[in-house]
Write a protein that binds this ligand. Structure first.
Ligand SMILES: NC(=O)c1ccc[n+]([C@@H]2O[C@H](COP(=O)([O-])OP(=O)(O)OC[C@H]3O[C@@H](n4cnc5c(N)ncnc54)[C@H](O)[C@@H]3O)[C@@H](O)[C@H]2O)c1
Length: 454
């Protein structure tokens, strides 16, 4: 019989906390979850899953006997020595990470020589050291501290938890680090055991690098539009170079979500606060902001102006397979379209409830065809699988115009064109320099070059 697993506490039951809790329960640990959101805890107790994450509902249900949910720390503190912190660290107005939720957890932990905080929340490099200082000042220096950053991706979080590329453990070489390593041993993932500051930096640098790759290929796409190359072909050719690899080379309307924008900003601020100007990240952020707006330029180019034009958005979530709307590109698009006087209808398979809290001035449709009905233009914003195989002929028949902008280069241009639609992707060469204009447009077919909206 395998030895009993260490019980754990998980503080914060959002995307990371809930998946972590369910994952460790699946591996055999008793897990005490804590969240200050009483409604969420109530819902979890009655079997409700507060987020959309493929496979999570099943994992929670099949491990319900090992999962205990509370609104205070007492259960976790009584039963578990490792207290995993997975509270939010959203951006502040300055771009620094807001660590108030992390600080609230630190303040609430009672003194102990037998417990350790395991930091999964993404925090700036140096946070662990400052938390250890605060713990000493508060007479709680006996508490252990481990940095164990999380790399899961929303949409495949359960799989990512169970099959991580690597596990990073930053610690002082004490019992707590050993215990965290042991917790992850069944996953047989490559282990990077290091000091706390380096572990914190691995997380920030990884996200910043991925964001840089996205902004890089988006800039290449923009140059492709000027030169006639097709960025999809370019990325295919680049990605086969094993030093480069094919991932994160999909040009589109920019990155969003709860992690990349804030983590890139936080690293830039961290560098700035330490006296170093991180030029590259400044450009990555700027390119990403402009990229979201390029779709507006494309709509102007084809429709000649947006006042009164009907635009359908397919997808709102920041990426497929999640209902997370934080920093979604759709938020910028919808706001810009509204500002330009367009009439916006949108459809998303799961994110509508979250979107309604953040977006105003748009109508929500019940299906992609519904959204496209009577539209001058359709924009693919999130590449949900159900959009890839849409019946484009049926969609085209319901539209009043015929423009389709593929904001994720996810569609088959030939299939879209065969339905009588005008296809425009991001950096797709065959459309570069084209004077083709969408039918139903009020604009003259004068080949006016694309312009960025102010
Ligand atoms: N979402 C991701 O894909 C992802 C991936 C890797 C790392 N991260 C990092 O993990 C952390 C959590 O992210 P998330 O997306 O799960 O956040 P989230 O907003 O979905 O969840 C945070 C949860 O913490 C709870 N909370 C806040 N203060 C609390 C407190 N004092 N005590 C107990 N609970 C408290 C909130 O009520 C909420 O349920 C962040 O630092 C994030 O950067 C997120």
């Amino acid at each position: 019989m395998s030895p009993a697993r260490d019980p754990i506490g998980v503080i914060g039951t959002g995307y990371v906390g809930l998946v972590t809790a369910a994952g460790f329960a699946e591996l055999g640990s008793e897990v005490w979850c804590v969240d200050i959101d009483a409604a969420k805890i109530e819902g979890l107790r009655s079997g409700e899953v507060p987020i959309y994450e493929p496979g999570l509902e099943r994992l929670l249900a099949s491990n319900a006997g090992r999962l205990h949910v509370w609104t205070d720390l007492s259960g976790a503190f009584e039963h578990a020595r490792l207290l995993v912190v997975a509270v939010g660290t959203p951006p502040t107005y300055s771009g620094d990470a807001d660590l108030s939720a992390v600080r609230a957890v630190v303040d609430a932990i009672p003194p102990s020589d037998a417990h350790a905080l395991v930091m999964k929340s993404t925090v700036p490099c140096g946070t662990g050291a400052s938390i250890q200082r605060v713990l000493h000042e508060q007479g709680k220096g006996g508490l252990g501290y481990v940095s164990c950053p999380e790399f899961l991706k929303e949409g495949s979080a359960v799989k990512d938890f169970l099959h991580p590329d690597r596990v990073v453990v930053g610690d002082c070489g004490d019992w707590a680090g050993d215990a965290v390593v042991e917790l992850y041993t069944p996953l047989k993932a490559p282990l990077v055991r290091t000091d706390i500051a380096s572990a914190e930096m691995v997380k920030l640098a990884s996200n910043a690098f991925l964001a840089t790759k996205i902004s890089f290929i988006n800039e290449i796409a923009n140059v492709c539009e000027e030169t006639g190359a097709d960025v999809v072909e370019v990325a295919r050719g680049m990605g086969l170079d094993e030093r480069i690899g094919p991932k994160f080379l999909q040009a589109g309307i920019g990155f969003g979500g709860s992690c990349f924008p804030k983590d890139v900003d936080a690293l830039k601020q961290l560098a700035g606060n330490s006296g170093y100007h991180f030029q590259l990240l400044t450009a990555v952020i700027e390119v990403n902001e402009l990229q979201k707006r390029r779709v507006i330029g494309k709509l102007h180019k084809h429709l000649g102006g947006l006042a009164g034009k009907r635009v359908a958005l397919l997808g709102l979530a920041f990426k497929p397979n999640t209902d997370d709307m934080r920093e979604a590109s759709s938020l910028v698009l919808a706001a810009r379209l509204n500002a330009d006087g367009a009439v916006v209808t949108a459809y998303d398979p799961v994110a509508e409830e979250q979107a309604r809290k953040l977006v105003s001035g748009i109508t929500f449709a019940d299906s992609p065809l519904d959204a496209a009905s009577d539209a001058d233009a359709v924009v693919l914003v999130t590449e949900w699988p159900e959009f890839i195989e849409l019946d484009w002929k049926l969609l085209a028949e319901g539209m009043r115009g015929n423009l389709l902008i593929d904001g994720r280069n996810a569609l088959d241009p030939d299939a879209v064109r065969a339905a009588g639609l005008v296809y425009e992707g991001i950096g797709r060469g065959q459309m570069a320099g084209s004077s083709e204009r969408a039918g139903g447009s009020a604009a003259p077919a004068d080949g006016t070059p694309s312009r960025e909206p102010a």
